[in-house]
Design a protein around this ligand. Sequence first.
Ligand SMILES: Nc1ncnc2c1ncn2[C@@H]1O[C@H](COP(=O)(O)OP(=O)(O)OP(=O)(O)O)[C@@H](O)[C@H]1O
Length: 258
Amino acid sequence: MSQPVTAAGDVPVVRLGDAHAALGTRPVLRGIDLTVARGEVVALLGANGSGKSTAVRSLVGQVPLTSGTVELFGTPLRRFGDWGRVGYVPQRSTAASGVPATVREVVTSGRLSRSRLRPLTGRDRAAVDRAIEQVGLADRARDSVARLSGGQHQRVLIARALAAGPELLIMDEPLAGVDLASQQVLADVLREQVAAGASALVVLHELGPLETLIDRSVLLRDGVVEHVYDRTESAAVVHDPTCHPHDAAPAPTTGLLT
Ligand SMILES: Nc1ncnc2c1ncn2[C@@H]1O[C@H](COP(=O)(O)OP(=O)(O)OP(=O)(O)O)[C@@H](O)[C@H]1O
């Protein structure tokens, strides 16, 4: 299985090693190895139920591993506390809530990991404004999130993740059910973040406008890594009907694979 080549001493920003996890009694991750090198954008692909969300949720401590290791920036998760370095965009359906809050309030909550509960400074407020601008919602900052479209709501979640100035973005299906304009906003934001040195792990069903940004794609099937595709293969894998991650078809056997 190909893994990214990293210079000696260049610690991956994400490392899952032989990760096992269960939801209830059901084993969902069955020995996953996954790394994201510094500056890399990795897509996590796979059919519905293959374990993608569980894998990313294990990285942010929402699903405990039954065995194996999780490291962020070279630190085991249990000792990792520098959450300002990580921007997490959960699946929108799980993040939707009935709590009335404005766009600015939701995005500001993403800054708390940096402000560490002290009163917000001018710098904090500027970071929040910048994140809202990055996703093109400056004119909606005072609106209740309840009044936003699905795509706009997704942009709010992305801005919340950006507010802390993260070095690593972990995003769970950020394109799902989102209009094309919002998909393009995400692509532009991600390009900017990567140009500034950030890394990303993105759960996707389609690469869409993110296609040119993806360095590697990791395909999960039934809780294991089935294949890792490099940059050139990644675009083909989601376009090839024989290995579309939506399909529960057998392992791809086309010329894509090496
Ligand atoms: N709370 C739960 N208890 C038991 N099983 C669960 C629970 N939540 C999810 N599962 C099951 O765990 C498996 C993996 O779920 P997961 O959400 O990680 O998959 P996924 O690859 O992200 O799927 P999708 O593309 O549909 O979001 C699925 O079969 C799902 O039905």
